[in-house]
Design a protein around this ligand. Structure first.
Ligand code: GLV
Length: 395
């Protein structure tokens, strides 16, 4: 057992909230708040969590559950359970192993990993680290040519599913980031960063890792023609000016040979349009409450999208998943699988790859226990009859 494994073992870490607290301790405030925070008043961020509390179980008891089959297939990929790691912007800032460590942990657990365009590690390094299914999430931040080059690299490296995020028409207002001066910390003006010195020195484990890692602040999967990797300091501005439209789906569909899944779908119309443009799946998501604040919880939007999609495609969801019972609730409401972002990012921030593995293990054990307590031997058995939703939810 390594030092990092011990750091996140039981009883110190029993649930995802414990990992969050460890991450809060190890990371400088500006880094922790970047992952922990949401847009504006963070209403949607809280709603995502609250919606899971509002859905309640209807178990079948007095059943001897011999074993719990959790394996499933998601967009053609075999997974040990219906869980995929979501794209998380620049995870390398939480821990030097970043996307590489997270992908390795996902692969070791037999789960899929989605690499963000905003990755701090080259996609080839991430692919080499993972033994599991690999999905690539596309932003058009560097323009169409840079995106085409990334798509080709991703395909060559073994990524099989392309995730297109459609909810970044501009960048959400993350007030914590503005207050903390996150842009300055990640920027190029070394002198301006001096104001962070006391805060950085108070987090020696993070600081040592960051310095050892070479303080790399570039995005190696966004290579604009004639330029090197895009500096992280320019990423937000580029993203704000690079919405993905339905027109883009057309050319992307032509050059990506595998399944495409559209992320950021919250209403039936967008779900249907995604499928009309050739998507094999949609992800019901409000970007973890980081974009438009005031949007309803992702879980609440799930039934409408499931109904609109029917048997035409697979529906996934993300936003607020912190327990295995949350995964079960989403599946009862029609999701094929869920994605986690913060739940594993807290682990990464707390203890690198070991923290991600611990987050996955917590959710795996949780889901298995939940199935047993519901009286189900397989996730295939989960359906709408195992949950109650508030009558105030859309029918
Ligand atoms: C990037 O997509 C972010 O939400 O920070």
């Amino acid at each position: 057992m390594t030092r990092d494994d011990r750091k996140v073992s039981s009883p110190r870490v029993v649930n995802i909230a414990d990992l969050r607290l460890l991450a809060k301790k190890r990371l400088p405030k500006a880094v922790f708040d970047y992952v922990d925070g949401g847009a504006d008043d963070e209403v949607t961020l809280r709603e995502n969590l609250r919606a899971f509390e509002e859905v309640t179980f209807r178990p079948r008891n007095a059943i001897f559950v011999r074993g719990c089959e959790m394996r499933t297939k998601v967009l053609g990929c075999e997974m040990a359970m219906p869980l995929v790691l979501a794209p998380c912007g620049f995870s390398r800032i939480f821990h030097p192993s970043g996307e590489v460590g997270a992908a390795r942990a996902a692969g070791n657990a037999g789960l899929g990993f989605t690499l963000t365009t905003m990755s701090g590690h080259p996609l080839e390094d991430v692919a080499n680290a993972s033994s599991g299914p690999l999905w690539y999430q596309l932003y058009l931040a560097g323009g169409r040519e840079a995106a085409e080059a990334a798509i080709e690299r991703a395909h060559k490296a073994g990524f099989t599913v392309l995730v297109i995020t459609i909810d970044t028409g501009t960048f959400g207002m993350r007030e914590r980031d503005v207050r903390n001066g996150a842009g300055v910390l990640l920027g190029r003006d070394t002198f301006a960063k001096l104001r962070f010195l006391p805060e950085l020195l108070a987090h020696p484990s993070w600081l040592a890792g960051f310095l050892r890692d070479g303080s790399t602040l570039t995005l190696p999967n966004i290579i604009e023609p004639g330029r090197g990797p895009l500096p992280l300091s320019e990423a937000q501005d580029r993203l704000a000016r690079s919405v993905v439209t339905w027109e883009d789906l057309k050319w992307i569909r032509k050059i990506w040979p595998g399944p495409i899944v559209v992320k950021g779908v919250l209403v039936a119309d967008d779900a249907r349009r995604s499928l009309d443009e050739g998507a094999a799946g949609v992800i019901v998501s409000n970007h973890g409450g980081r974009q438009l604040d005031g949007v309803g919880a992702a879980l609440r939007a799930l039934p409408e999208v499931v109904k609109a999609v029917g048997a035409r495609a697979e529906v996934l969801m993300d936003g607020g998943v912190r327990r295995g019972s949350d995964i079960a609730k989403a599946i009862c409401l029609g999701a094929r699988a869920v994605l986690i972002g913060r739940a594993y990012a807290y682990g990464l921030g707390a203890a690198g790859e070991a923290g991600v593995s611990r987050a996955i293990e917590i959710l795996r054990a949780d889901l298995q226990r939940t199935l047993a307590l519901l009286g189900c031997e397989s996730i295939e058995e989960l359906n709408r009859s195992y949950v109650d939703v508030p009558t105030s939810w859309p029918a």
